[in-house]
Design a protein. Structure first.
Length: 614
């Protein structure tokens, strides 16, 4: 079998990720190269006996890197990276509607001596504005093959995919400029090429109208607040029917297992340990789906970059820049990619302050905890006849966490990470309809990650917790009912003994031994709090009342529920996040500082809330 390696290269916001998703589909993964901290996406394109590995490198403007992301791309392209071999060829993604910077990049890539093929994206935007793109003339000017693509609609993707199986026929262009040419000369050359091959049309009136709103000093901020409000409202309300359906399915499986399995311990293992533990977490999959769907759509449609511009001045109040907004917003899905995406920030001080703030953004792992407790202790009423009170509380938790993270960033910028603010420059992508395929691939990938965690970490934890709650065995009196026997068992189990030993530390913030055990268990992964509650409170559930929210609603006072929510707003309870933070910062002292700082904040906030509402 013939095998090739091709680097997918382009300037930021040219549609590179959309094209990568269209070419590779679900045949992609994070490139876990040994010794590599910046992990590019790697996909495969295979036709018969020809397999091409496509490495999606971070966006660059040239071969002089200014950030960790760009440094990886440049090292790989030059063949100087110690762990990733130099590619056989380069697939350069070019924005046909704004090709100047892409051509300047091409003039530098041509000097590497590698075969290059160009995929010109956003051809539809050129035509929509009444312009023309002469790919034949451009091909002769550059000495490289040029293929027109509309990645969001899949047009031309098949042609690019076919060319990836004939990499040996790609041309190596002659450098159009002398080596080490000045930047001014490269831009002059690029303008000459554009003048011969591209006729620009009139910018879309729709783009002008949308930017007049979204980039306006006042209306842009209003639009941002409205979009973010709908963002959080949707997470809570749209997912409800699907969550109810999954919950009913899990309940049906538990009832079926109860009827079919005669042996008590085996029945308990399946009903409580497996279905009760993992099922109580999987029920929140719809919210994870919607969260990732909304973030991906905002990015794909072109709004996310504009939102970063709108909040730049606001971010400046905390010593950061608008570029920090993208890692922080990404952290609402998961802090790990959020921390990793901070590599796009050139300033070391801004990058470090952003990394330290990311754990305070409410990641999707907190979402199941918030949903469970809010549904249990907050009434299902409305405010102003429209906004759900539960949704308002949910959004408030997100806002409090985000503002606290920004305040921590400000404190660090004025102490440990002092330094001048680097000017914020960002290129706006065109407005476009999100690619259904690209959005689907992203959402499916994130969902698979969530289910994989539910099937590994949470499953393992559920089994361990089941063992701790079922042993040592307690003999109940013959007169005791089934519910009373289960309560006696769990009250005398190893889990109860451990929880009661630690509980005095958390007593001032209202945690009993059950909550203490659930909170401590979630330091491995936040979602395990739900699994723990599902098993620990299982002894309090009758056959006619198996809804965990209903049980907790009856057992948990308002101030205790709010205290737990306050704790989860601040506590850094993810080992994986701390490991990534160590890798990105280069030392354990930073995740250790983040853990200590957030734990103190969490305990203090819980204490204040518990006493205030008691």
């Amino acid at each position: 079998m013939k095998q090739f390696t091709v680097a997918l290269v382009g300037t930021p916001n040219v549609g590179k990720s959309t094209l990568f998703n269209g070419l590779t589909g679900l045949r992609q993964k994070v490139g876990n190269f040994p010794g590599v901290t910046v992990e590019p996406m790697v996909g495969t394109v295979q036709v018969q006996q020809i397999k091409t590995t496509l490495i999606d490198l971070p966006g660059i403007y040239g071969l002089t890197p200014s950030s960790k992301d760009e440094e990886l791309s440049v090292d790989v392209l030059r063949g100087t990276h110690p762990h990733i071999p130099q590619p056989d060829a380069i697939l350069l993604v070019m924005n046909a509607n704004n090709p100047e910077k892409c051509l300047v990049l091409f003039s530098q890539l041509a000097e590497l001596g590698l075969p290059i093929t160009i995929a010109a994206t956003m051809i539809d935007a050129v035509k929509l504005e009444g312009g023309t793109f002469d790919d034949i003339t451009l091909m002769h000017k550059l000495g490289a093959s040029v293929q027109s693509v509309v990645g969001s609609k899949g047009l031309g993707v098949a042609d690019v995919k076919n060319s990836l199986t004939h990499v040996e026929s790609w041309k190596t262009p002659q450098a159009p400029l002398p080596k080490n040419a000045k930047v001014e000369e490269r831009y002059k050359w690029a303008d000459e090429v554009i003048a011969a091959s591209v006729i620009h049309g009139t910018p879309s009136p729709l783009t002008q109208k949308l930017d007049a709103i979204f980039l306006h000093p006042v209306w842009g901020s209003v639009a941002f607040v409205i979009i973010m409000t709908l963002f959080f409202q949707s997470i809570f309300t749209w997912a409800a029917p699907l969550m109810d359906g999954i919950e009913a399915s899990v309940k049906w499986l538990q009832d079926a297992a109860t009827l079919l399995i005669d042996q008590p311990m085996v029945r308990s293992f399946f009903v409580k340990g497996l279905l009760g533990g993992v099922g109580s977490v999987i029920v929140f999959l719809p919210q994870i789906l919607i969260l990732n769907l909304l973030i991906t759509v905002l990015e794909e449609c072109g709004y996310l970059a504009r939102a970063a511009f709108v909040v730049d001045r606001f971010m400046g109040l905390f010593g950061l820049q608008g570029r920090s907004f993208i890692p922080l917003l990404g952290s609402f899905a998961c802090a790990i990619p959020g921390i990793m995406s901070a590599r796009i920030i050139p300033s070391y001080t801004d990058r470090m302050a952003t990394i330290m703030a990311t754990p305070l953004m409410t990641c999707s792992a907190r979402l199941p905890v918030y949903t469970l407790l809010i549904a249990a202790v907050i009434p299902a009423s409305t405010m102003f006849g429209f906004f759900s009170l539960q949704s308002v509380v949910m959004a408030s938790l997100y806002v409090v966490g985000a503002l606290s993270g920004l305040l921590i960033a400000l404190l660090l910028k004025r102490t440990l990470f002092r330094g001048s603010v680097v000017p914020f420059l960002i290129e706006f992508p065109p407005y476009r309809m999100p690619s259904l395929k690209s959005v689907g691939i992203t959402v499916v990938g994130r969902s698979k990650d969530f289910l994989k965690m539910a099937g590994t970490i949470i499953l393992a934890f559920s089994i361990v917790l089941w063992i701790l709650t079922e042993f040592p065995r307690t003999d109940a009196p013959p007169t005791a009912s089934k519910i009373e026997a289960e309560q006696m068992q769990i009250e005398n189990s190893y889990a109860a003994q451990f929880g009661k030993t630690i509980q005095p530390v958390f007593a001032p913030i209202g945690f009993d031994w059950k909550i203490t055990l659930g909170v401590l268990s979630s330091f491995a992964a936040r979602e395990t709090f739900i699994s723990a509650m599902g098993q620990i409170y299982a002894s309090d559930v009758t056959n006619d009342d198996s809804n965990l929210r209903t049980v907790i609603r009856a057992a948990m006072p308002l101030n205790v529920g709010l205290s737990i929510l306050a704790f989860y707003v601040y506590a850094l309870q993810c080992v994986s996040t701390m490991a990534i933070m160590k890798r990105e910062t280069g030392h354990w002292r930073w995740p250790a500082l983040a853990f200590a700082m957030t734990f103190v904040l969490a305990y203090t906030a819980s204490f204040v809330v518990y006493r205030a509402f008691g």
